[in-house]
Design a protein around this ligand. Structure first.
Ligand code: MN
Length: 331
């Protein structure tokens, strides 16, 4: 059942401003053999996923003084049906920071109704929240914070990173929660790089962050079905994936180039893929590094206002009130 998604976006943000082939069948079969994917079959008549839209590099803005990001996705009426359940993706491309005594970042602010997922690709991020969660994530680590009923947190470059300075690259993803989980208890998952399963062959290295690939499960727990893969390509080659029908898929290209169908996603761009088809065939250049996000849409209305994402305006008003009254806690 597909309910009509209705979206309402308010003008002002509380905390942040969001200025906001088919290629050779032979190659495909070789690849599948390489991954032991025999039997999945390349059924004639089944269409490949294609790129619906590419978000190119655009305007960046600062989140606090630590995160120089481009908001690649946010719930826009035309595209949310292809990005749901992912609400927002901020990408801070590699940037060099000088050493400093004062930590850069963003101070105490609330969230309710969803999860924030932070990927540290270079550098270190330190987080603290009013539900008792917190920790430092370093290169390759992931922090999965379920705000749910509400909390306040701060997000800074770590003390060590601030002192030494260096290259900093991160992604922050907002994952929606279904209506019946929006007011559940907050949760914090901090996962170290070495604790993610890696699947590797001669061409490709896949780190399973959440969901499953080839029977290997990612350690990050999710409320709805989500697959998150960090894919790194060692040679100019194609790779194929089978994703569940009617799920949404996004490809963020951090390095290199990825061709899907007749379109190419370049470095620093994000591709939004078609939903209907199960098979994804990508041609990746040597050294490509991508983040692949796949999720089952949550077919419920959303109302997004700054740091809160709920189902109705009334719930947003309630979130504002609860935050003002200190019900989301203090650091
Ligand atoms: Mn935050």
């Amino acid at each position: 059942m597909n309910l009509l998604i209705h979206l309402e976006l308010f003008q002002r943000d509380l905390m942040r401003s969001y200025d906001t082939r088919r290629t050779l069948i032979k190659k495909f079969i070789t690849f599948m053999a390489g991954f032991g994917l025999k039997g999945l079959g390349f059924t004639k008549g089944k269409e490949m996923k294609k790129i619906e839209h590419i978000i190119t590099q655009g305007q960046k803005h600062w989140v606090g003084d630590g995160f120089h990001v481009q908001t690649m996705i946010h719930p826009s009426p035309g595209l949310y049906k292809f990005t749901n359940p992912f609400i927002l993706l901020d990408y801070a491309q590699p940037k060099s920071f000088p050493p400093t005594e004062k930590r850069r970042g963003v101070g105490e602010h609330p969230h309710r109704g969803f999860e924030t997922v932070t990927f540290a690709f270079e550098g270190e991020v330190e987080h603290r929240d009013s539900a008792g969660g917190g920790g430092v994530i370093k290169t390759g680590d992931v922090q999965w914070m379920t705000a749910a009923s509400g909390l306040v947190h701060d997000e800074f470059h770590s003390t060590d990173f601030s002192k030494t300075g260096g290259l900093f690259e991160m992604v922050q993803l907002w994952v929606n929660l279904p209506k019946d989980k929006k007011m559940s208890s907050p949760r914090y998952q901090g996962v170290k790089n070495q604790d993610f399963p890696m699947i590797e062959n001669e061409q490709t290295k896949i780190k399973v962050i959440a969901g499953e690939f080839e029977g290997k499960k990612g350690p990050c727990k999710t409320f709805t079905p989500i697959n998150l893969y960090d894919i790194r390509q060692k040679s100019n080659d194609s790779m194929a994936l089978t994703l569940k029908k009617d799920t949404n898929t996004l490809v963020l290209v951090r390095k290199g180039k990825v061709k899907i169908g007749n379109k190419t996603i370049n470095q620093g761009e994000l591709g939004i893929l078609s939903k209907a088809d199960e098979k994804l065939l990508m041609d990746l250049t040597k050294g490509s590094e991508i983040l692949l996000l796949n999720g089952e849409p949550i077919d419920e209305p959303i109302v997004a206002y700054g740091p809160f994402v709920m189902n109705t305006k009334e719930e947003i008003a309630q979130a504002m009130e609860d935050y003002s009254n200190g019900k989301m806690g203090n650091l």
